[in-house]
Design a protein around this ligand. Structure first.
Ligand SMILES: [Fe+2]
Ligand SMILES: [Fe+2]
Length: 200
């Protein structure tokens, strides 16, 4: 006769953890995760730089890569202010975003369409960072860590600016190039629209 499986021991219900020490620990681990995300992004930039054929996109990537180096320093400083350090956390979210970007890079030959792909990948990265720094800055503020909050907000502003720059580049240059629209045609269309408006 088959033996009945032993009954599972009743699991003690965990008490919810609250309090500033627990929230502080959460903030520190999110900052360590962000540190890992930044260092992974820094390693990914050279491939993106090499892949683009647009001077303005290359410049945007170069400048944000430089900015990212100072963000790594600021995160280190902010962690120091909380008596902590970057630790050895590995951010799997950023790893996934970068892996996906790499795959897509391989699917396209250099040119305007690849530049669209690069912008799409880079903006995903920026939005991931924006979400993280927004949460962290608010947590730091609510914990009364004004200096830490300020450092995180500085980074947040840079991420938002980087994202906006990419949106503008897509809108003003890269998407049109991928669509095969030439600028003169656009100008002609603008002029025609202006003339129409004047006639009215
Ligand atoms: Fe960053
Ligand atoms: Fe960024």
């Amino acid at each position: 006769m088959a033996r009945k499986p032993a009954p599972k021991p009743a699991r003690a219900r965990a008490e919810p953890v609250i309090g500033s020490a627990a929230v502080m620990q959460l903030l520190v681990s999110q900052m360590q995760d962000a540190y890992s995300a930044e260092t992974q992004a820094l390693e990914a930039y050279p491939a993106m730089l090499e892949a683009t054929t647009s001077d303005s996109l290359r410049k945007a990537f170069e400048e944000h890569a430089e900015e990212s180096k100072t963000q790594v320093d600021r995160l280190e400083r902010a962690l120091g202010l909380l008596d902590s350090n970057p630790g050895d956390t590995h951010c799997q979210g950023m790893q996934g975003l970068i892996e996906e970007a790499r795959e897509q890079l391989q699917e396209h030959a250099p040119g305007p369409l690849l530049d669209v792909v690069l912008i799409a990948a880079a903006q995903r990265l920026e939005h991931y960072e924006i979400a993280g720094y927004g949460t962290m800055a608010t947590l730091a503020e609510d914990l009364g860590e004004a200096d830490v909050a300020e450092l995180l907000e500085e980074i947040l502003d840079e991420e938002k600016a980087a994202d906006k720059r990419l949106s503008l580049l897509a809108d003003e240059e890269i998407n049109a190039a991928a669509l095969g629209e030439d600028e003169e045609e656009d100008e002609d269309a603008d002029e025609a629209a202006d003339e129409e408006e004047e006639e009215e």
